[in-house]
Write a protein that binds this ligand. Structure first.
Ligand code: CUA
Length: 176
């Protein structure tokens, strides 16, 4: 009888601890999403498939970058945006599976043929952010590098974004 009581108490304790742990885990997930802003990249279906990269200025400090990944470059290669901009990143691939990681941010997407992946990021600091492929995609994988240049202000923005030359436009040669 005495033993049974002790066991019951220990069971209650174990139950209490596991419920407490569950509560801790759940609140950590909630904190990650709400507090730290950790978010899962999403594959979206409401964007028309596209084959050329482009930069769209939605409003003053709101941009959309439509990235195309292909052997072995990103289109657009270099993008300039003003500091404090919110940027919606769209990514697709025209050949094999590539990756896209923007250094210094938590943008980390897969570029998948016939699919568009999406992530949103805000650039609060000026500087040059390297964009690189993180999925081995062939002989020149290491050359798949682009840049997002975050500036305090941008003159002739339209000109800058329209003048981006990609390897495709110069005959598939590497230009960097
Ligand atoms: Cu593209 Cu590695």
């Amino acid at each position: 009888m005495e033993n049974e009581k002790i066991i019951q108490q220990q069971e209650k304790k174990a139950l209490f601890i596991s419920i407490l742990l569950m509560a801790v885990f759940i609140s950590m997930i909630v904190y990650g999403i709400k507090g730290v802003g950790v978010d899962l990249p999403t594959c979206i279906s409401n964007v028309q498939p596209y084959e050329t990269g482009k930069v769209v200025q939605v409003s003053d400090k709101e941009y959309e970058i439509y990235y195309v990944a292909r052997m072995w470059f990103f289109d657009p290669q270099n993008v300039e945006i003003p500091v404090g901009s919110k940027v919606r990143i769209y990514l697709t691939s025209l050949d094999v599976t590539h990756g896209l990681h923007i250094w210094g941010t938590n943008v980390n997407l897969m570029a998948i043929p016939n699919a568009v992946n999406y992530y949103e990021v805000k650039f609060n600091k000026e500087g040059e952010y390297i964009v690189s492929c993180h999925e081995y995609c062939g002989i020149a994988h290491q050359n798949m590098i682009g840049k997002i240049i975050v500036k305090s202000s941008i003159e002739n923005l339209g000109q800058n974004i329209n003048n981006i030359q990609t390897a495709a436009q110069v005959g598939g040669e590497k230009t960097w």
